[in-house]
Design a protein around this ligand. Structure first.
Ligand code: HEC
Length: 158
């Protein structure tokens, strides 16, 4: 079963790499129509756009650090990173109150969803330190990522 899953994952990865190459070549063809973009434009004051994008880069880095520590079996460290950089405790860090007033409701909900998912992940990861069961930890990580993906699919700042 494990082998089958690995094979399927490898085939899918190869498929998406081919797709990425195809897309890349596509973008060099000046006569091609632009890639369709249905995301809603959200107008933030310019300084807040830069601030938000810097936060976003830190979100991605936090995810990377969480994965790194899970790989080393440091579930407690992963939990702390999730809570302080992405979870409910990070709201002050991101000046969330100031930013949220420029966001449409759906975007606010996705942001809240991410903070909640990260705080839930932090609890599950701490529990895994005791139980040794990592499955809920990886599901929790996927739930965090789903919030990133969902908001990115719906909204843009530029
Ligand atoms: C509430 C909505 C929302 C959530 C949740 C969200 N993002 Fe974003 N993110 C955005 C928007 C909007 C942009 C700008 C996209 C654009 O204008 O093209 C962005 C941009 C980014 C960028 C590009 C930064 C740059 O310098 O251009 C990264 C990286 C990123 N997000 C990572 C993440 C990660 C990782 C998560 C989840 C842990 C996440 N984001 C969650 C809305 C969100």
């Amino acid at each position: 079963m494990r082998v089958l899953v690995a094979v399927v994952a490898a085939v899918m990865a190869a498929g998406s790499a081919t797709f990425a190459v195809a897309q890349h070549q596509h973008s060099h063809d000046a006569s091609a129509p632009p890639v369709r973009d249905d995301r809603q434009f959200v107008k933030f004051p310019p300084a807040l756009v830069e601030h938000t994008l810097a936060n976003m880069r830190d979100h991605l880095q936090a995810l990377q650090e969480i994965q790194l520590h899970l790989g080393m079996g440091h579930t407690d460290v992963a939990a702390r990173i999730a809570e302080t950089r992405l979870g409910m405790s990070s709201l002050g860090l991101h000046s969330a109150a100031e930013v949220s007033k420029y966001m449409p409701q759906g975007m606010q909900d996705a942001g809240t969803g991410m903070h909640r998912a990260a705080s839930r992940f932090a609890i599950v990861a701490q529990e895994a330190g005791v139980t040794g069961d990592l499955k809920p930890v990886f599901s929790g990580l996927a739930e965090i990522s789903a919030q990133c993906v969902g908001c990115h699919a719906g909204y843009r700042l530029k």
